[in-house]
Write a protein that binds this ligand. Structure first.
Ligand code: 3H9
Length: 695
């Protein structure tokens, strides 16, 4: 028997212990071990079998790394059937996270006990698939159809107490899984309990499936897996158990073959790989317990909030007592939100706002902090002045970070006598909510300062991505290119509203013009003015975005931008002045507008995004394609089920994209210059993902 499952016979009970760290994923050795163990227990004359996991968890699911490989027998569905069909009484003892295939193994057991801290769930939809080892047929037989639909279509995990209420667990007990499992199994044997296969339980009662499906489709926003998962659960009510399993398999295989499955699994592994940089192996971060934040506007207050919530002490620096008070108000407002959502208690709220937070108007207050993040006005001279002051006041070894979103971190570092301690930490607004953190590494930044940036991100629960220095780093640089592409399409005949809609239909959380209204149109305006002097003569520069700003329309904060928010609607309605501004711009440039299909809009927009992303990787601004993918996913509303722009490009076909870029170049040679890395990959017949694997 493979070592992945330990076997021991203790009296009447055969014990199967999974030993497959770190999460007891149900890889081929574990599956074989389970089947062998079940058979051996019968041969050994045991009366019952106890299954549990060694280490930190019961099985956390199928081994995702096996997806896409040649199937290896026995598959998980066969393993589950084998467990359920055992003539012996089978008990599973759960701890940690019994997820996906893990919960499916548990539900194939005849009885289930768990420690109070255990969590269970079927998170497969998040990977673009559905529970494919009987989970969609067994769960509704235990919980009823509605609870099963809720869990299976959202991937929601439930704690042990709720799982007990729902009928997923039979008992919850304190202790180690082995010990509580043995006690329970012995008790069942002593009481003469019978085998209790879920497959023999009555089918769950049907509901109004049509209405329920509509609700699931609405929330899925283009993602296929929740819908197929729903249909599989529906089959549990409508078909006999075996036929239901066959239906589950059919719907599962459909998803396995989908690009969305590739995209979501890429996201799963990339999310974990993004913070693991070869250059940081063995590099210890610096001490991090107290930080300073300069500037208490929306961004600074958000950063301070995130830091407080992660257990750090924060000193906020503002210019005047009035600004300091306003900053306190913003931070308290943010923490109040966390209190209302139950993320912190009233006592924690009090402690965070009184003991952990201090606000000052004197730089001297920053002399003892371990790290300072500057979030002041986006202006190089202002930033340099701040860093000179920090250089004078901060203790040796303190990390000096700028939250700039575009400016040259090397130039900022050069304003200090300690450029090795200077780094960019680019948060996204609202910083206590948005998951992305770009860790911008300047030429002289010391490795342990980079490690400290990543350590801070981890503490705050962020997805931290390493970025090199350039205008806009990874995210904003790519954003400015695809935004330019969108502006060009408007000049040529599309409307902002058609573009926004086409991209929302593609899966983006919001379209680029709605995003611009939210972020504030003055930001882009300032960037355009800064870059105007160095602009290449061949660049097509629309004037309508400037016209909009010149008339005082900065988006949501002024009540009007591309959309009009006067009616109090969060989404706004199209601003009727915009088409007039666009028409004037077209007339001035002598453009006759043409129609765009939604498909062409998406194709051009994505081609521009991928092309710039390829440049960002080619120049080493992003270390790996997956770094770009995670940046766009966590900071720019890119649909997770497409994996990120470069995963999308791989799945779509790089050669076709390159050909389209070359075709577009016949209209605008300057904008549509193919990225060298994209050309190289096409010439070599390789993909972006190949580069991820080599890194
Ligand atoms: C399924 O079950 C399909 C079936 O229905 C049907 C089949 C027919 N496989 O997250 P962590 C790795 S689909 C392979 O950092 P944590 C992970 O990559 C599955 N590897 O730890 C990482 O590796 P590395 C349904 C896996 O404590 C290491 O383990 N199950 C798997 O923060 C540690 O992971 C799920 O979707 C896996 N299934 O969180 C659960 N899981 O160290 C997915 C993890 O090299 N897993 N790894 O970077 C999770 O949600 C979290 O990992 C878990 C632990 C909550 C378990």
């Amino acid at each position: 028997m493979p070592d992945a499952i330990g076997y021991e016979l203790l009296g009447d009970i055969a014990i199967l212990e999974s030993r497959n760290p770190p999460v007891n994923a149900l890889g081929i050795d574990v599956r074989k071990g389970l089947v062998d163990g079940i058979d051996r227990a019968a041969r050994d004359g045991a009366k019952a079998i106890l299954i549990y996991g060694a280490g930190r968890t019961y099985f956390a699911g199928a081994d995702i790394r096996e997806f896409g490989m040649k199937p290896m027998e026995p598959g998980l569905p066969e393993v589950c059937d084998h467990i359920e069909a055992s003539p012996l009484l089978v008990v599973s003892a759960l701890h940690g996270t019994a997820l996906g295939g893990g919960l499916e193994v548990a539900m194939s057991s005849h009885y289930r006990i768990a420690v109070p801290s255990a969590r269970v769930g079927l998170p497969e939809v998040g990977l673009g698939i559905l529970p494919g080892a009987g989970g969609t047929q067994r769960l509704p037989r235990l919980t009823g159809i509605e609870a099963a639909i809720g869990m299976v279509t959202t991937g929601r995990q439930v704690g042990a107490a709720e799982a007990l209420d729902l009928g997923i667990l039979d008992r919850v007990a304190e202790g180690e899984p082995r010990q509580i499992g043995l006690t329970y199994t012995q008790e069942l044997l002593d009481s003469g309990a019978q085998r209790r296969p879920v497959c023999d339980m009555p089918a769950p009662a049907a509901i109004d499936f049509q209405a329920a499906l509509g609700a699931v489709q609405g929330k899925a926003r283009g993602q296929l897996s929740p819908v197929n998962a729903f249909l599989a659960v529906q089959a549990a009510a409508e078909l006999p158990f075996r036929d239901g399993l066959a239906r589950e398999r059919e719907l599962f295989m459909e998803l396995m073959a989908s690009d969305q499955r590739h995209g979501l699994i890429h996201a799963f592994f990339s999310e974990r790989a993004v913070g693991k940089l070869p250059e940081l192996k063995g590099v210890e971060p610096r001490e991090l317990s107290a930080i300073g934040v300069i500037g208490g506007g929306t961004m600074g207050a958000g950063i301070a909030t995130a830091a407080l919530l992660s257990g750090l002490n924060v000193t906020m620096l503002e210019m005047t007592p009035a600004a300091a008070e306003a900053a306190r108000g913003r931070i308290e407002g943010n923490l109040n939100g966390a209190l209302k959502r139950g993320k912190i208690s009233q006592a924690q709220f009090e402690a965070l706002t009184t003991q952990a937070l201090s606000i000052s108007t004197e730089y001297d207050a920053l002399k003892d902090v371990d790290l300072v993040i500057e979030a002041v006005f986006e202006d190089m001279d202002v930033k340099k002045t701040v860093f000179k002051r920090l250089d004078a006041v901060c203790k040796p070894g303190a990390v000096l970070a700028t939250n700039t979103s575009y400016l040259d971190v090397n130039e900022i570092a050069a304003a200090t006598s300690r450029p090795q301690d200077v780094i960019g930490l680019h948060f996204f607004s609202p910083a206590h909510v948005m998951k992305l953190l770009e860790v911008v590494v300047a030429d002289k930044t010391a490795p342990d300062v980079v490690a400290t940036g990543f350590a801070l991100g981890k503490k705050m629960g962020k997805i931290s991505v390493r970025a090199g220095v350039c205008d806009g780093f990874i995210g904003n640089r790519i954003l400015s290119t695809y935004r330019t592409c969108a502006d060009h399409m408007i000049l040529d005949g599309a409307s902002p509203y058609q573009i926004d809609k086409a991209l929302v239909d593609f899966g983006f959380a919001m379209g680029p013009f709605a995003v611009a209204d939210l972020a504030g149109l003055d930001i882009g305006w300032a960037v355009r003015k800064r870059l105007a002097a160095t602009r290449d003569k061949r660049e097509r520069v629309p004037s309508f975005p400037d016209t909009l700003c010149e008339q005082g329309n900065f988006g949501q904060k002024t009540g009007k931008g591309y959309y009009d928010y006067a009616a109090g609607l969060r989404a706004g309605v199209p601003n009727p002045d915009v088409p007039t501004m666009v028409d004037a711009n077209r007339a001035e440039l002598g453009i006759t507008p043409r129609d765009f299909t939604d498909k062409e809009i998406v194709r051009r927009y994505m081609a521009a995004m991928v092309n710039e992303a390829a440049r960002v990787v080619g120049e080493g601004i992003a270390r790996r394609p997956l770094d770009v993918d995670m940046t766009l996913l966590f900071g720019y509303g890119f649909p997770r089920y497409r994996g990120g722009p470069l995963k999308w490009a791989d799945l779509t076909g790089l050669e076709g994209l390159l050909n389209d870029i070359k075709t577009y170049a016949s209209e605008d040679e300057y904008f549509w210059q193919p990225a060298p890395l994209l050309q190289q990959l096409v010439a070599q017949g390789r993909s972006f993902d190949d580069l991820n694997k080599e890194a």
